[in-house]
Design a protein around this ligand. Structure first.
Ligand code: SF4
Length: 328
């Protein structure tokens, strides 16, 4: 396998609150290959968006990166100065944000907003090439050239999200992070926006991290899924395996809670509530909700281990497998 384009190692993010430290991301590690699509899923507060923002170095106080490495092409992004990181954003790694309306400048036409990205990275477009370059970029995300002259409020939600994708790919980054890019859109537009994201990702051969909780969207789009719980990655497996044979008890419950039209049954949620990250349970953070918990689960913290090729899980149930695997 070739060297990963992005490597996240033991990432920790803390929020300093008046009640104490909230460990929002607690030792997350994964790798991303060129052209790969990885989905990060989990309940609200599981740490998936915080992980994405930490990789982009876009966290705001009181959040701070408390440890770890984010290696993009042999450079640790966490060691760059703010100015250096500003040059890396858009150019090598970019983000399609959750709410397009909040990330577009309401008083600037789309043309100026896209042109600014080129200028800020020392690649100012010559006057003669501005229109053609921007029209080409807009066409790649399925928008007409006239959109360049519009203000954000003149665009629909789906169009705004496409503009955000156009901005994210303007400088041809190697990695695109899309944080719930379709959460505010209706299902038809959601599908179109995700298809657009997939098309541009293929053209660039960029890697994508799709953050979200829509498992249907994940099934359509990603190659691998990382399931997060209480700030930790608890399963990381190819998407087909996560749907057909999830390993972690939380991932199993997440999959079995997806409504299914073919198989009509009682809707089953996940019992209990997500733990407080201010005072998380001892041992495995899922143990108070886990139907398979053993006595040791409230004491030992399971590490994310590869229990089968390309199948990673953080659960003490699989210690047996590991201890009998001669290759481990
Ligand atoms: Fe359940 Fe124990 Fe596995 Fe945690 S370690 S998921 S409590 S079986």
């Amino acid at each position: 396998m070739s060297a990963p384009v992005l490597q996240v190692e033991n990432l920790h993010v803390h929020y300093q609150t008046s009640a104490g430290i909230v460990k929002a991301v607690n030792g997350v590690s994964f790798q991303l290959q060129k052209g790969e699509r990885l989905g990060l899923v989990g309940e609200s507060g599981s740490g998936k968006t915080t992980t994405a923002l930490a990789i982009m170095r876009m966290l705001e106080g009181p959040a701070r990166i408390a440890g770890g490495e984010v290696i993009l092409d042999e450079i640790d992004l966490l060691k760059l100065s703010d100015d250096e990181m500003r040059m890396v954003r858009f150019d090598r790694i970019s983000m399609v944000p959750q709410g397009a309306m909040n990330s577009l400048n309401p008083v600037m036409r789309i043309r100026e907003q896209i042109r600014d990205i080129f200028e800020a990275h020392g690649r100012a477009l010559a006057r003669s090439e501005v229109e053609a370059t921007i029209a080409k970029l807009l066409a790649r995300v399925g928008l007409r050239p006239e959109v360049a002259g519009m203000y954000p409020h003149e665009l629909s939600g789906g169009m705004k999200q496409r503009v955000c994708i156009a901005m994210a790919i303007a400088l041809k980054p190697q990695v695109i992070i899309a944080d719930e890019p379709t959460s505010a859109l209706d299902v038809v537009v959601q599908r179109q926006v995700v298809e657009t994201l997939g098309d541009v990702q293929r053209e660039l051969d960029a890697a994508v991290i799709l953050v979200g909780h829509d498992m249907g969207l994940m099934a359509q789009f990603v190659d691998r899924i990382g399931v997060m719980y209480a700030g930790r990655l608890v399963e990381l497996s190819p998407v087909a395996h996560v749907f057909s044979s999830p390993m972690h008890p939380y991932a199993r419950q997440l999959i079995s809670s997806i409504p299914n039209l073919e198989e009509k049954r009682l809707f089953k949620g996940i019992p209990g509530v997500a733990p407080s990250l201010l005072d998380p349970p001892s041992g495995c953070p899922f143990h108070p909700r886990c139907s398979e918990a053993m006595a040791r689960c409230s004491v030992e913290v399971p590490a994310l281990c590869e229990t089968a090729p390309d199948r990673w899980v953080a659960c003490l149930l699989y210690d047996e497998v590991l201890s009998h695997d001669p290759t481990s």
